[in-house]
Structures are given as structure tokens and as C-alpha cells.
Design a protein around this ligand. Structure first.
Ligand code: ADP
Length: 353
């Protein structure tokens, strides 16, 4: 068992609170992701798990054992640093063996671990080659094998694929997810890329200035963000957030930009959030089912199209399927199903409808 638990952990550097009263449980075998802007405390949390830093307050447990006073070596948690690059002068095999050789592991044990990892990563047939003779994808798999060849209680990864180009990043994250599932290991992963966090994690913790703002499965956080802060972090384009007030028959947002006929809308809502994919856009000529808006910009992206709309006092982004016949300056009618609307109160917290 290698669940990792933080109980009210705080870490300060001088006047900076890097981690602020953080409590969470990473379950055994879970792919757990920390996501937040730069300097929000992600790396500090990893260093606290590793034992490279000790908390000023609170308790850390690994596999049920309190580890505040336990050395990094004894915690048996493996850190995979940012760079997954290979040593160019060594064969793939020697690259994979390296972390075990370095630790003085017995040869028999090394052979067994390497064979095991090579089988899981499907790289047995290329291990004799030097990195220069491998394709980009093969090099990544070898690098992941080297990162995973030790058999620790848990792996920690700090933005491990951010240096790769976009296509390789997409391939590698799929691979990482599959490997983690097969290895059945606890993995704590840090990224600053929201799409990566959404696609790869079983659960995500959202950080803001050292505070954990929300923890949940990607779909749960996306569908039910706990605050405007979280709502704005996930999704592309980001959620439209508009000032709102109660009007006749429901909610009026941004002085009439859009009307939501929702009798169940919470009375203390001061803002509403509309995901771009939830905004319905129809030609105005169809009888004006909704509020009028002018098309400001159209971005056709192949499978979908982002339309920026100027409506009332606001700019909105809508995400439409395919490549609809919409031109800049056209008049359209916009609306949104009440059930798809997010409501937020005075302090930015989500409100139940
Ligand atoms: P992230 O990984 O999300 O970018 P960090 O955990 O690196 O965030 O940093 C969190 C906060 O702690 C930041 O304000 C950063 O400046 C501060 N910090 C991190 N490490 C140190 C350190 N060794 N000394 C002083 N301040 C630090």
C-alpha cells in the first residue's frame, strides 16, 4: 500500500507560504495530478513527499506510516525530474539499467527489473540500439522505462514532458497513462498544462497560492467547478463568466447579454458561468430564439469552430461543432439551457441551484 496523505500541511519560506494548510489523500495506484499556475506550490508539495523539505506544520503519511521524521531514502519514493532525455553515448539498455547500477543493485535483480519494464513498454527489441538510432517515440519509451525501472512505493513526476514538441507530448501522455495503469503504482504528477492534467489524471488537485481549491476527477471539476478561479483554469476556450442579476422570469447576465429562464437560480448569484460549448448560436433570421449578438470573430479549427460574440456589454466565446456557415458581423441569437449554467456568489464560490 502506498497511499500518500497530507494532514493540514503548511510549508513556509520566510514570509512566503508555499503550501497552506493542505490536506489530501492520494490513493494507492492512483494517477494524481497537481495543477495550478507557476509558484502555486506544486513543486514544494513534491519535495515534501520526497522528504527534501519538512513541513512547518501538519503531518505526512506514506502507506499509513507517518514520515515527517523519515529520511528521503527510507521513504522509497522515486522522483522523475523534468528532463526525460537519454544519455546519448549509452545504448538504450544501459540507459534503462543506469538508475539500478548507480544504486548498486545486484546484477540478477537488474536483469529481472529491466526485462519486466522492457516487456511492459514494448522496447525489448530496441534495447541494443543507441538513442540516435531510435525514433522520437521510441526514445520517449526508453526514457520512461529508465524513469520507472526502480520499484519504489510511488513515483513523482514534475512536468516530465513539457520540453517535448506537441505531437510527442500527446503520444507520451497516452503512453504514461497506460504504463501507470499496468504497473499499478501510485503516481503524483505535476503539470502546468490543463489539457494534460485533464487527459492523464484519475484525480486532479487545483492549487492557488499554496491552497488546494478543489480535488476531484477531471470531469467532475470541469462540470462542477467549486469557484470562478477553478472554472477559469480548465477548458479551452475558458468559461465565459458574466455579471448577473435577477430580472423578470430569470437571470439577466451582463445587462441583457443573455437571459436564462431559470426559476431555480440561486438568489445570491452575482455571476454566471457559461462553457463555450453550452452556448447555442442560431441565425437571427430564424426568429430570434435568444438574445441578439454580433459575430466578432470566427476561428475555424477543423473539428470545431470558436466564435467570439459581441453581445450587450460583453464578449463571449462559443464553441460550435464542425465548420458552420457563420461570418464576422452577422447577427445571431444566443441562448443557453438553464441546466448548463454555473452560478457563483459574492466571493466567487459556486452556488447550488
Ligand atoms: P510551483 O511548483 O507551483 O511553480 P513552487 O512550489 O516552486 O511552485 O513555489 C511555491 C512558492 O514558494 C513560490 O512563491 C516560491 O517563490 C516559493 N519557494 C519555493 N521554493 C523556495 C525556496 N527554496 N526558497 C524560497 N522560496 C521558495
Amino acid at each position: 500500500m502506498a497511499d500518500i496523505v497530507f494532514r493540514n500541511v503548511t510549508k513556509r519560506y520566510g514570509n512566503t507560504i508555499a503550501v497552506d494548510d493542505a490536506s489530501f489523500t492520494v490513493n494507492d495506484n492512483e494517477f494524481f495530478c497537481f495543477f495550478g499556475p507557476p509558484l502555486s506550490g506544486k513543486s514544494t508539495i513534491l519535495r515534501l513527499v520526497l522528504g527534501l523539505e519538512s513541513p512547518d506544520a501538519g503531518e505526512i503519511l506514506i502507506g499509513g506510516r507517518p514520515v515527517n521524521a523519515v529520511s528521503p531514502a527510507e521513504r522509497n519514493v522515486a522522483m522523475v525530474f523534468q528532463n526525460l532525455a537519454l544519455f546519448p553515448h549509452m545504448s538504450a539498455l544501459d540507459n534503462v539499467r543506469f538508475p539500478l547500477v548507480e544504486r548498486g543493485v545486484a546484477e540478477l535483480q537488474i536483469k529481472k527489473r529491466v526485462a519486466d519494464v522492457a516487456a511492459k513498454l514494448h522496447i525489448g527489441h530496441i534495447l541494443h540500439k543507441p538513442p540516435a538510432q531510435l525514433s522520437g517515440g521510441e526514445r520517449q519509451r526508453v526514457a520512461i522505462a529508465r524513469a520507472l525501472v526502480r520499484d519504489p512505493n510511488a513515483y513523482l513526476m514534475d512536468d516530465p514532458i513539457s520540453a517535448l514538441d506537441a505531437r510527442l507530448r500527446e503520444e507520451t501522455r497516452v503512453e504514461l497513462k497506460r504504463i501507470q495503469r499496468e504497473l499499478g503504482k501510485t503516481l503524483i504528477y505535476v503539470t502546468h498544462d490543463q489539457e494534460e492534467a485533464m487527459s492523464i489524471a484519475d484525480r486532479i488537485a487545483i492549487l492557488d497560492n499554496g491552497k488546494i481549491r478543489q480535488i476531484g476527477a477531471p470531469a467532475e471539476i470541469y462540470d462542477r467547478p467549486a469557484s470562478t478561479y477553478v472554472a477559469r483554469l480548465l477548458g479551452s476556450p475558458v468559461m465565459n463568466i458574466l455579471k448577473s442579476a435577477r430580472g423578470v422570469g430569470g437571470i439577466e447576465a451582463a445587462e441583457g447579454t443573455i437571459r436564462i429562464a431559470d426559476k431555480a437560480a440561486p438568489v445570491d448569484a452575482v455571476e454566471i458561468g457559461l462553457r463555450p460549448e453550452d452556448i447555442k448560436v442560431r441565425p437571427w433570421a430564424d426568429g430570434g430564439q435568444g438574445r441578439p449578438a454580433r459575430v466578432f470573430e470566427v476561428e475555424p479549427l477543423g473539428g470545431y469552430t470558436v466564435v467570439t460574440l459581441a453581445a450587450g456589454q460583453a464578449r463571449l466565446k462559443a464553441l460550435l461543432r464542425g465548420q458552420p456557415d457563420i461570418r464576422p458581423d452577422a447577427m445571431v441569437a444566443i441562448s443557453c439551457e438553464p441546466a448548463r449554467v454555473h452560478y457563483f456568489g459574492q466571493s466567487g464560490g459556486a452556488l447550488a441551484r
